[in-house]
Write a protein that binds this ligand. Structure first.
Ligand SMILES: *Cc1c(COP(=O)(O)O)cnc(C)c1O
Ligand SMILES: [Zn+2]
Length: 412
């Protein structure tokens, strides 16, 4: 592929040819990053071309994706999710220029479809027969969804604690589901071993250099949807660190293509006990494992699989990291819903909890434009959402009973 220059190790800098490597660095095992020939791409992909492109999916960016072409893309619509101006929520947070990027609007209802779409297309170009993935839930349900009707057997490793709706998605789409009695981290290691032993193509976050490529398209869309402007700050919830590093790569690439003029600050929001990246950023030391315990299953990570890239994104963008408690995360679910009409799963609502904290600490100015990434839909984890809302009224089907209820609760 002429457009790809090298797969470069983010750790030691070693270059690899696309045809030589599938996963990580041959020297040090570090994660790889796809580097394109940006001069070549500039001729194909620019403001004029994008403005006239009618394709409302992430495939509008094919010229800067690591694929040979459109032939092997999965048959459902991924990407070009809405960016809403969230007036009510912004007023409540004290951030008048607040936007919500609703990535729960993807086929499997999470941001992970961006990554899976690119990886599935790549797997088909490589004529792989089996794809595998370890996941806290969303990456897996996304992979299962996108391979659903394709001749690509899908083997999934999830922790036993994955929320039931995500497990239901896996089974409905026909994946082989292996529940691991352990954490996401232990499922991850087992999946790596399975991939090596059976030759299955591994989509897992961090090891597969193409997940970041799909994820970066979210940044491209934000720029286009803001009429080619860059927001001041982008809040992203962070577990492994692949989303935040992917989105950052997208902004950097649009900047180097001359499509945008400035870069945003990336803000990482982590759960209090799943905050390995925040700790490393603030201490300046290496990433150390943490317990990873949180109600927000999608960001429950002991040892981040793309932590180095996430730290680079935070440092280069002069951003920062925040942590929020489980109580703050759960409270944010109805707040986001009532302030922006969007139902977010716990990990997605965490960005709003983080925004409130950042405002309180004086780290967001009131004239700044802020994008909150909503990375997954609330129906993904209904039992967590139910913890932060009241109960419905229950009455017999009788008008007198209704009258009593209305007057007792001052509903009319
Ligand atoms: C995966 C996921 C995240 C975190 O992404 P990382 O790349 O692990 O940092 C956040 N929110 C949701 C809904 C996710 O599925
Ligand atoms: Zn290396």
């Amino acid at each position: 592929m002429k457009k790809i220059k090298t797969l470069q190790c983010i750790n030691c800098g070693r270059d690899h040819k696309l045809s030589e490597v599938k996963y990580t660095c041959a020297s040090c095992g570090g994660n790889l990053q796809v580097i394109y020939d940006y001069n070549l791409i500039k001729k194909r992909l620019n403001y004029e071309v994008l403005k006239n492109n009618q394709d409302r999916t992430l495939w509008r960016y094919m010229d800067i994706l690591p694929l040979a072409g459109f032939k092997m893309i999965p048959p459902v619509q991924v990407g070009w999710t809405p960016l809403y101006r969230a007036e009510r929520l912004g007023a409540e947070a004290g951030v008048p220029n607040l936007y919500i990027k609703d990535d729960g609007r993807n086929p499997s209802a999470s941001f992970k479809d961006r990554a899976s779409a690119v990886v599935v297309a790549r797997a088909r170009e490589l004529k792989e027969k089996v794809v595998t993935c370890a996941s806290t839930g969303n990456a897996a349900s996304s992979l299962a969804c996108l391979t659903g009707s394709l001749d690509l057997k899908t083997v999934i490793f999830v922790p036993e604690t994955a929320p039931a709706p995500k497990v239901a998605q896996l089974l409905v789409f026909g994946a082989v589901v292996i529940m691991v009695k352990g954490t996401y981290d232990s499922a991850f290691d087992l999946c790596l071993k399975a991939s090596a032993e059976y030759g299955w193509y591994n989509r897992s976050t961090g090891v597969n250099p193409f997940t970041r490529e799909g994820k970066k398209t979210c940044a491209f869309e934000i720029c286009e949807q803001l009429k080619w402007e860059t927001p001041d700050k982008v809040f992203v919830s962070v577990g492994d660190g692949n989303i935040i590093s992917g989105i950052w790569k997208g902004f950097v690439e649009f900047h180097s293509l001359g499509i945008i003029e400035k870069l945003p600050q990336m803000i990482a929001v982590q759960a209090e006990k799943s905050d390995a990246i925040k700790r490393a950023l603030e201490s300046g030391g290496d990433i150390q494992p943490v317990s990873g315990e949180t109600v927000a299953d999608s960001i429950s990570v002991s040892m981040p699989r793309d932590g180095t890239a996430a730290l680079t994104a935070l440092r280069e963008s002069q951003g920062f990291a925040l942590s929020v408690t489980d109580a703050e995360i759960l409270a944010a679910i109805p707040e986001v819903a009532r302030g922006s009409n969007v139902f977010a799963e716990p990990a997605a609502a965490a960005t709003y909890a983080g925004l409130k904290k950042a405002v309180k600490e004086g780290r967001v100015k009131d004239n700044e434009s802020v994008v909150l990434l909503i990375s997954g839909n609330g129906l993904k984890d209904v039992s967590s959402a139910m913890k932060s809302v009241g109960r419905p009224f229950v009455i017999p089907p009788d008008i007198n009973e209704l009258r009593k209820l209305v007057s007792a609760n001052k509903l009319a």
